[in-house]
Design a protein around this ligand. Structure first.
Ligand code: AMP
Length: 174
């Protein structure tokens, strides 16, 4: 029997809805993967979820936080950790329901660099990322994870854009 196809997916949290929902683009990329690639062929695939947490990046919910003691930072880190776990749990649960094999990782650092590093380490058959479809100026000022991965990851890369009706008023939001 042929070995399974290993698909790596970069997943992140929504900047809009807050705790603990996945971003529109990464959820869309996952749904697309299930509907268009995996289909009923669940035993032929293994999905590898990578979520990268950015150190010291204040989450939306932390905007009004005051840090006065070491304990406050410990609490923040703990909340971050739990958010990452909830995010992976969302995708892992969906895979379990569908019956497709999966694994999930949380890593730390710059998402685009870390995803490419994970590709090197785990050698998936291909990588799937979502894409906010940012314009040229937003790409420069906000940055784009999907385009960097598409250029630099050492495997084929598929980037799944959000549909027009999924795209929020400010396309940077996701
Ligand atoms: P872009 O709109 O080009 O920045 O790409 C967004 C996509 O990059 C998301 O749908 C994810 O697939 C991926 N991505 C962004 N941030 C992260 C992260 N922190 N961890 C894992 N994947 C991420």
């Amino acid at each position: 029997m042929a070995s399974v196809t290993r698909i790596m997916l970069g997943v992140n949290e929504s900047s809009l809805k807050g705790y603990p929902h996945p971003s529109i683009s990464s959820k869309g990329a996952f749904e697309w993967t299930i509907n268009k690639i995996v289909r009923n062929n669940v035993t032929a695939f293994n999905l590898l979820f990578v979520h990268v947490q950015v150190p010291d990046e204040d989450g939306y919910d932390d905007m009004d936080s005051i840090y006065a003691t070491a304990e406050d930072f410990k609490n923040m880190k703990e909340r971050e950790r739990i958010r990452g776990i909830h995010l992976l749990e969302y995708f892992i649960k969906r895979c379990n329901e569908i019956g497709v094999a999966c694994q999930g990782w949380i890593r730390h650092g710059d998402p685009k660099e870390v995803i490419c590093h994970e590709v090197k380490r785990q050698r998936p058959d291909f990588l799937i990322v979502g894409s906010r479809g940012l314009g040229p100026f937003q790409k420069v000022f906000v940055g784009t994870v999907s385009e960097f991965c598409w250029k630099h990851a050492e495997c084929p890369v598929l980037s799944i854009k959000r549909t027009a009706d999924e795209t929020p008023q400010d396309p940077v939001d996701d």
